[in-house]
Design a protein around this ligand. Sequence first.
Ligand code: ME8
Length: 604
Amino acid sequence: MCKQCKGNYYITTPIYYPSSNLHIGHAYCTVATDAMARYKRLQGYNVKFLTGTDEHGQKIEDKAKEAGLTPQQFVDNIVLGERGVLDLWKLMNISYDRFIRTTDDYHVAAIQKIFKKMYDNGDIYKGAYRGKYCKPCESFWTESQLKDGKCPDCGREVMDAEEEAYFFRLSKYADRIQDLLENTDFLEPRSRVNEMVNNFIKPGLEDLCVSRTSFTWGVPVDFDPGHVVYVWIDALFNYMTALGFENDKYDDLKDFWPADVHFVGKEIVRFHSIIWPAMLMSLDLPLPKKVYGHGWLNFNGEKMSKSRGNVVDPYLLSERFGVDALRFFLLRTFPFGSDGNFTNELLINTINVDLANVLGNLVSRTTAMNQKYFGGVLAEGGEAAELDNELKALAEDVVANYEKQMDKFQFSNALAEVFRLLDRANKYIDETTPWILAKSEDTKPRLNTVMKNLCEAIRISAILICPFMPDSSKAILDLLQVAEADRVWDARNYRVDTAWTTSTGAALFPRIDMEKELAALEELSKPAKPAIEIEPYSEEKVDFDTFCKSDFRAVKVKDCKNVKKSDKLLQFTLDDGTGVDRQILSGIAKFYKPEELIGKTLVA
Ligand code: ME8
């Protein structure tokens, strides 16, 4: 730990399945983690923020096969490709310190060692697995755990599974886990504790199947060829291998383990609060300090999923509304521990009310008045009136409450506090009526004090919103020309004696026309029409005359790519010998991959 730091802080998101592009529900947890990491950095902690991708398992193997790619090519596309996972986190301003991919060599080798250690200590043993398996969730279930015969997590069909397999002695740790959950703050919110204890521990924890032989895309069990390690062992230990556990790639374990908090979605709380601590207990390792299970975002009342066609695309939303507005909306609107219902109306309304009317308006009114009445320069000193003291007291109360709420991960409450200050500052303008004070030289000193109070209320609010909207916070502090030293957490005290020089700028958050925007979003969510309609493939034979009239040419494929939102079409750029590139579409995407065709000579 560095000398001037308050301490180390290790926070993680779940590592995402790169089985299809991420939606706004995935971005939700990462934005929350990012806000927390930025808040801790602001406070002076030495933060390690880990995220990554969970790349093994049957689901990925199957999807890769469908796409005609190797599993590694398939996950590389989704993680590294254009508009992939890394691009998304960059777009959304996610300040992660480390990104782990479970296919990274150091992680794979570490998982093999970890598996062997639990085998050697007797907690992993060989048996035969008979039961039910939910492929999309990569979860094994016993009959008694099924809900109406279906997967209790996602409600989908499960399949029979029987194979030779290794088991982890989860049952051995049942009492210790129950004690951990019931008698400590390990798992929050508290409601999730009852769910875990009543639904999983009290009915009897059974040993967990931790290897598979029916597919190969996983970490091989090195002492028993044919077995691959169960994807959840592989996934959960990412939190430690990414710090250097059982590998030489990193050396951060002593500084950052145990983790301060794992943020996870509610459906994977079971893995993080039962299986994860049990495996750590088996290896005699310290447990993370906390697991926080956040709620789910639905879209228009329905579960978000690609297959339901109601996915909310974070790229589209960021492009239209700005990344900060989207980040703000997610954390301002939905209490972190509960489910929330995302609608476009709610998003636009939140931007218009909170960001345009309250925050944006306060900043533009204040800076415009500073400019108009003082040429942007406010003098030092001045006496505080009762209204000023009230504003100051409220600001101090807001800062204290904000901190309490952030420390409990109650982001929506923390932001509500900031808006208490912003609302009060807007009201302060109406109460002090600067435009009347400006009319007489006698009241100009009072006007100077009023404007300084407004600048100070904005400065403090801008520091508090920084973890949520880093770019907007900076833009506001730049407008107020706040020195670097006064942008930090330690400068959160309300001070009115200082001088100010402020600038003016364009509106930070322009109001959005709800009706027009909703119509535009609806239009954009319709599947894109291909530029050229093509005839469907037909078995019909052509007659000889038609054949003679046809123009067949040998062409060289200069470029070839998939057509967005079409699983049939490929778009070709061809050299047909005329000297001018020719563009054509062809419905052969199911049979060929674009990269296989580039450079080939075809008949067109
Ligand atoms: O579960 N609202 O990966 P994943 C809120 N690889 N959160 C949502 C959401 C929604 N609509 N949809 C998904 C996995 N999430 C594992 C994790 S960790 C060792 C392994 C959240 O890509 C979900 O709750 O399916 C989970 O926390 C995260 O996105 C990753 O989901």
